[in-house]
Design a protein around this ligand. Structure first.
Ligand code: KG4
Ligand code: ZN
Length: 358
């Protein structure tokens, strides 16, 4: 099964072609990601109008490259998938409309993919992980622990009650005068810092429900930074290291709780898997290995380039849905909000993007 996937929900314009065979990892034939980072950098965050315009300007080219890298053409495809949300609505409209147009002119099924579902299914693309598994999804807009039971069957076990982890990394970077996106910058600074210089809180520690809270940590960091301002380069590195260490310990504690709840409700998971941009962080990846080792649970973390937003994950989720007979009509609406677990409902309201004045 050959599927083209299109991703435009945030600040990457991406397209990929992926091949799927039953009960096997997928094969990525092409994976083109054009980052808009430079267009947003001056604003310290993603500006929705700039993002939507940049998607319009480059998406056709990105798709053409994905098709030629894969050595295929529209007629050979089995389906065309696009992320139909959640995300910045202007960008989502661009990607979804383009997918509809390609599907219509080439008479192929269209698959409207939930961006979060694409992150959730990526470990099956890379490693063919069988259901059910326990997913730690940590991106710029979401921090959740999810039981992935089958394609389309996701049970949210825990979520953040305020900021997402990626958002906390981004806001920390902004506070310390580091660039956007913040995660990689904070990680880089942390590598030369002292993780025990500042005593920062570990919110929710010890709670049995596997929920997260990050805003107290962010505030504590700001207060520490204000106390010692002006900040030297070493102060910045030490603040980053202390922040990252706190996040690592929060992740360890919350995931232990998540795995406990998973076992109680669904039995042993086939694996613990991580997805979303935050899973690109090496310190967090190490913590995940530790949890997997402790519980004898197989750990699957896709390579960093497949943790951050990309077209391959959309193509793969499209192929999984297509294999399950799930396709969508051409009047499918784009969605700014779209919870992965429709029963658990939407996330508590918090900003999905960092607005220029944030
Ligand atoms: O999944 P993703 O690429 O886009 C969304 O769907 O949000 O995740 C982006 C988020 C950003 O908040 C970014 O700062 C964070 O992932 N991130 C990281 C790292 N790389 C990306 N956070 C911590 N350490 C990293 N190395
Ligand atoms: Zn994402």
């Amino acid at each position: 099964m050959l599927v083209l996937g299109i991703e435009t929900t945030c600040d990457e314009t991406a397209a990929a072609v992926v091949e799927r065979h039953d009960d096997k990892p997928g094969k990525i034939l092409s994976n083109v990601v054009l980052s808009q980072v430079n267009e947003h950098a001056a604003f310290g965050g993603v500006v929705p109008e700039i993002a939507a315009r940049a998607h319009v300007e480059s998406l056709d080219r990105v798709i053409a490259k994905a098709m030629s890298d894969a050595g295929t053409n529209f007629a050979a495809l089995d389906g065309v998938a696009a992320a139909a949300g959640p995300g910045l609505i202007g960008g989502v409209i661009v990607g979804l409309t383009t997918a509809k147009a390609i599907a219509m002119v080439s008479a192929k099924p269209m698959i409207a993919v939930n961006h979060l579902e694409a992150h959730a299914l990526t470990p099956r693309l890379t490693d063919g992980v069988p259901f059910p598994y326990c997913l730690f999804l940590a991106s710029g807009g979401h921090t959740q622990i999810v039981a992935v039971r089958s394609v389309g069957n996701y049970v949210r076990l825990g979520t953040t009650v305020d900021d997402a982890i990626g958002e906390a990394f981004d806001k920390t970077a902004k506070l310390l005068g580091l660039g956007y996106p913040g995660g990689p910058q904070v990680e880089k600074e942390a590598a030369r810092g002292n993780p025990v210089r500042f005593m920062l809180p570990r919110p929710m520690h010890g709670r049995s429900e596997p929920d997260f809270s990050l805003s107290g940590l962010k505030t504590a960091l700001r207060l520490e930074a204000e106390k010692i301002a002006p900040l030297s380069d070493q102060d910045v590195a030490d603040l980053c290291a202390s922040f990252q260490q706190a996040v690592v310990e929060v992740v360890l504690d919350r995931l232990r709780a998540g795995l406990r709840v998973f076992r109680e409700r669904f039995g042993a998971p086939s694996a613990l898997v991580a997805a979303g941009g935050v899973a690109a962080n090496q310190a967090i990846r190490k913590a995940l290995h530790r949890i997997g080792f402790e519980g004898g649970t197989v750990l699957v973390v896709p390579p960093p380039a497949l943790c951050t937003d990309n077209g391959a994950m959309i193509a793969w989720a499209g192929a999984e849905r297509l294999a399950a007979g799930l396709t969508d009509p051409l009047d499918t609406a784009p969605r700014a909000r779209w919870p992965l677990d429709e029963v658990a409902g939407p996330q508590p309201a918090h900003s999905y993007f960092v607005a220029p004045k944030d």
